[in-house]
Design a protein around this ligand. Structure first.
Ligand code: CP
Ligand code: NVA
Length: 295
């Protein structure tokens, strides 16, 4: 049985198969989810992930079922385990956004059918599959592309770091605060040789990069009590930073953005920003993921 809780649930072949299938389904939809019902459970806010899955499932002729947590007997007397076992009686797959990655693992054991992590405190694999798809589409290649991430060490970055092991010729330079790094799980992970951490801006690296990427300083499941607005302020993506970059460099952000925190409005709406196309590609990538799962 296939599932996608983390990028590390894939191997390199799976990863590229998803990207290629997304490409194909972008040109022509197939009825691969005909007669399949897929539950969508969002314990946290979502705009892009929820909508792109709802529309993507329909485009593949499947039936998306919105499950409202607050309406379940789980809120009253039923256990989490029994709830997910019951889901397995009716549904063929689940898309699940949660505040705690362990719930995804527990849900998988009880549901015993494909589950897609639609974002957790730990990771956001669907976002990164989509973002690598967008980069490959934009630059017509993914080898010899350099990505600079500036800001927080969060779930989206965690999935990007995992994906880098499938992209040995792509480089990832992460600019963040040293104290934040020392108190994060990123200090302990076995990083691939194509990933580097920096605690000060390096103009030379910014000048050569193909992509500047960031995300909010406080994620929805964030429990870090540090004043990240203050300590990450020097990594804000503003016109000054974008002015260092070469003409072909793009700006990416998974959205939603907090304007004037990690990024300014002028960068978000600048000609280098591809955030809207990036968001649009979530639909394309979700379909690649759904096909790969063989639901
Ligand atoms: N990027 C992303 O996952 O957006 P939503 O939180 O709106 O789904
Ligand atoms: N890191 C952000 C991503 C939102 C799509 C969060 O978890 O809130």
């Amino acid at each position: 049985m296939k599932y996608l809780l983390d990028i590390s649930d894939l191997n390199q072949n799976d990863f590229f198969e998803i990207l290629d299938q997304a490409d194909e389904l972008n040109m022509q939809n197939e009825a691969i989810l005909s007669k399949k019902s897929i539950g969508l459970i969002f314990e946290k806010y979502s705009t892009r992930t929820r909508l792109s899955f709802q529309v993507g499932i329909r485009q593949l002729q499947g039936n998306p079922i919105d499950i409202k947590f607050e309406e379940l007997n789980l809120q009253r007397i039923e256990t989490f385990n029994d709830t997910f076992k019951i889901f397995g009686c009716y549904l063929d797959a689940l898309v699940f956004r949660t505040d705690n990655h362990e719930k995804l693992q527990k849900a998988l054991e009880c549901f015993n059918k494909p589950i897609i992590n639609a974002l957790s405190d730990k990771s956001h694999p669907c976002q990164i599959i989509s973002d690598i798809f967008t980069l490959r589409e934009h630059f017509k290649k993914i080898d010899n592309i350099s990505i600079c991430w500036l800001g927080d060490l969060n779930n989206v970055l965690f999935s990007l770091v995992e994906a880098m092991s499938f992209l040995p010729k792509t480089s990832l330079n992460i600019f963040t605060d040293e104290n934040l790094f020392n108190n994060s799980k990123f200090k302990k992970i076995n990083k691939a040789s194509n990933i580097n951490f920096f605690f000060d801006l390096e103009q030379k690296i910014i000048k050569e990069t193909d992509c500047i990427m960031t995300d909010v300083y406080s994620s929805m499941n964030d429990e870090v009590k540090l004043d990240k607005e203050k300590i990450l302020k020097r990594f804000q993506i503003n016109d000054k930073i974008m002015d260092y970059t070469k003409n072909e460099c793009v700006f990416m952000h998974c959205l939603p953005a907090k304007i004037d925190s990690e990024v300014t409005q002028s960068v978000l709406s600048s000609s280098k920003s591809i955030v809207l196309h990036q968001a649009k590609n979530r639909l394309v990538a979700q379909k690649g993921i759904l096909k790969w799962l063989e639901i």
